[in-house]
Design a protein around this ligand. Structure first.
Ligand SMILES: [Zn+2]
Length: 409
């Protein structure tokens, strides 16, 4: 479904930001039996609202197709668990949370974050729409409501448990198409005194680092503090503190309340950085599309012709699919992509139709070049693929520019 007005303020969605063409859904890995069936494609075009400058996709792909194969369990990453535990400890101190407090988390996944509050004896509730994921949380002792979050679910929780002292919404604010219903739910659940804590990848980092490959159909919104402050304010929440995080290529943690208080952290510094980058006016969005086009043509020009090089890729993640499909790269350019996830091995990448293999199969192929698609973990991958040194193979990333990655001895 095509969108012409802002999902938040209904202003004209008229400021071009990043047009990646029509591509398949980035997480729809193709079983070999369907190799001959073309992928359905949907426009992947991010625009900014002329009025509030909230960057959003101008098309909503059919959500039933998007989430049908969704099986992301946050607990798989130890770095992520440490990040969650540190947040819970800091929030407990900052807001004086006790056995008489109430903490709620939206999109609580398998309970990896809330289990820190459970261990500390602080009452909590997760809200998670994926029933199988919620069951894992409940089995681990984390109370969880199976629901999509919005005004209705917030009202139900408040009627049952009262307002929450802390409402956590990490890496979910990009995914909810009805942003007003979601923000209203956050405000309702937090009530007059509670604090809402939101983590979202920061648009300023996306622009500065040319992270266009983090744009995909599941992410409707790309957040600046400028836009997020307006959305929260429309629902009675004032931003009171901002922290800059290194997660997801650079994220913001934004804390807001109907009763703002306490140390503002990086709030003023982030506001100034966004103003300096002109994110508060259309000019700040004007040059991104051309910079992306240069990266895409640079990658194509590097890969074609192959001149006999054996070229593989590593990491069958969503951001790789955005890059490959936007650049028009196929299995004729890159022979295979390795991934540790057994659920992806044996399948084909959507669109590019590059086969997904094990890391061992990739090394047995003895590639001359490996393009590391998840640039954020390139040093770790370089360690894993160090055997490639034996035959003089090279490791590359394409974002933000085509760069060779050093291989550790
Ligand atoms: Zn708007």
């Amino acid at each position: 479904m095509s969108i012409t007005t802002c999902r938040f303020c209904a202003g004209p969605l008229s400021v071009p930001f990043c047009d990646l063409g029509a591509t398949p859904l980035a997480n729809s890995y193709v079983p070999p039996a369907y190799a001959a069936v073309p992928d359905p494609t949907f426009p992947l075009n991010a625009m900014a609202c002329e009025r509030c400058l909230l960057v959003q996709l101008d098309h909503t792909a059919d959500a039933t197709g998007i989430f049908s194969d969704y099986a992301y369990f946050s607990s798989f990453s130890s770095t992520w668990l440490a990040h969650a535990a540190a947040f819970c400890a800091a929030a407990t101190t900052r807001f004086g949370l006790t056995a008489r407090s109430f903490v709620a988390e939206i999109a609580s996944n398998d309970g990896y974050l809330l289990k820190n509050f459970v261990s500390a004896g602080i009452p909590c509730l997760g809200v998670e729409p994926a029933a199988n994921v919620a069951e894992t949380a409940i089995a681990a002792g984390v109370p969880t409501s199976v629901a999509f979050f919005g005004r209705a679910e917030a009202a139900r929780i408040v009627a049952e448990r009262g307002h929450a002292d802390l409402v956590i919404a990490n890496n979910v604010f990009a995914h909810v198409p009805d942003v007003n219903d979601f923000a209203a739910g956050l405000a309702l659940l937090a009530g007059p005194r509670g604090v809402v804590s939101i983590e979202a990848p920061h648009l300023l980092n996306l622009i500065a680092g040319l992270q266009f490959d983090t744009i995909y159909h599941e992410h409707f919104f790309y957040w600046s503090l400028h836009a997020m402050s307006q959305v929260l304010a429309a629902h009675g929440l004032t931003v009171m503190r901002v922290e800059r995080l290194t997660t997801h290529g650079g994220s913001l943690r934004v804390m807001a309340s109907a009763t703002p208080r306490g140390d503002a952290g990086d709030l003023e510094a982030v506001r100034q950085a966004e103003t300096a980058a002109q994110l508060d006016r259309p000019a700040g969005y004007a040059s991104f599309n051309a910079r992306v086009g240069a990266v895409l043509s640079g990658l194509r020009n590097h890969l074609r012709p192959t001149n006999g090089r054996r070229i593989a890729a590593y990491g069958a993640a969503a951001k790789g699919n955005t890059l490959l499909n936007a650049a028009g790269i196929t299995a004729a350019d890159i022979a295979m992509v390795a991934d540790r996830n057994p659920a992806k091995q044996g399948r084909l990448l959507p669109g590019s139709r590059i086969p997904v293999v094990t890391p061992e199969e990739l090394l047995a192929f003895r590639p001359d070049e490996v393009l590391i698609l998840p640039w954020n973990i390139a040093p770790e991958v370089a360690g894993e693929l160090r055997a490639i040194r034996a035959w003089g193979g090279r490791l590359l990333v394409a974002v933000p520019t085509l760069t060779e990655i050093p291989i550790p001895a």
